[in-house]
Write a new protein. Structure first.
Length: 232
């Protein structure tokens, strides 16, 4: 039975070898797991660090944009302030120029000193009435100018304009005025229902043009009684 011990010894050595390999394999597997875990942790740490750095970079970019925007707003505020100052200066200069121009215009257009201004209310269709006055008590031509120059008496037919610019009616009055030079044109639209406004327009326009002692308004159907003491 010599082979039995030999067989037992052989089995012992084979078991020992198998156990050793099994432990070695188990150790290698554990090492791989530990290594894999470490790699995962390192990757996680690197990923977190990258995300953190990326966030810091993004925050830095945002802050830089905020600073740029703030500086741009400050620069815009300064530009607006400068423009407002320039506009204020220009406005003040314009007011001074306007005041100077107004004073010069007033000085250059002083009202003419006269004794009396007589405005004769007339209409587009009253040519015969106007001729009747010219042929009776109202002087014409040089006599009318002499009356104004020597006596300070201004006599004018007062009339506005039609509702249509440059109408035939306006042109007829222009032609008649060129012939007799005895019209006082008003900035007023002629019409029967506008007579009160026309009278008001006459007095305001006459006061603005002449510095007179008296302002008189009559109608073109009024004839002066030459039997009284009136010397033209």
């Amino acid at each position: 039975m010599t082979w039995v011990p030999i067989l037992c010894i052989s089995c012992f050595f084979l078991g020992a070898i198998f156990t050793s390999k099994l432990r070695s394999a188990s150790s290698d597997s554990g090492s791989q797991l530990i290594l894999q875990h470490r790699c995962d942790q390192e990757v996680k740490i690197v990923t977190q660090d990258y995300a953190h750095e990326k966030k810091k970079s993004e925050d830095k970019d945002v802050m830089e944009e905020v600073l740029k925007t703030h500086k741009a707003i400050e620069s815009l505020d300064k530009s607006v302030s400068m423009l407002q100052k320039q506009l204020s200066t220009t406005h003040s200069s314009q007011q001074i120029l306007d005041a100077t121009s107004t004073n010069s215009s007033t000085e250059g257009n002083q009202r003419k000193k006269v004794f009396m201004v007589i405005g004769i209310n007339t209409a587009f269709s009253s040519r015969k009435r106007r001729n009747s006055l010219r042929e009776t008590w109202m002087p014409q031509g040089e006599k009318l100018e002499k009356l104004e120059k020597e006596k300070g008496i201004v006599i004018k037919f007062m009339i506005g304009h039609s509702s249509t610019p440059n109408s035939i009616l306006d042109k007829e009055i222009d032609s008649e005025d060129a012939q007799y030079k005895d019209f006082f044109r008003l900035d007023h639209v002629e019409g029967y229902y506008n007579l009160s406004a026309k009278t008001k327009s006459f007095f305001s326009s006459a006061v603005a043009k002449w510095d007179a002692e008296f302002y008189v308004k009559i109608d073109d159907d009024v004839h002066v009684n030459l039997g009284t003491k009136i010397c033209f």
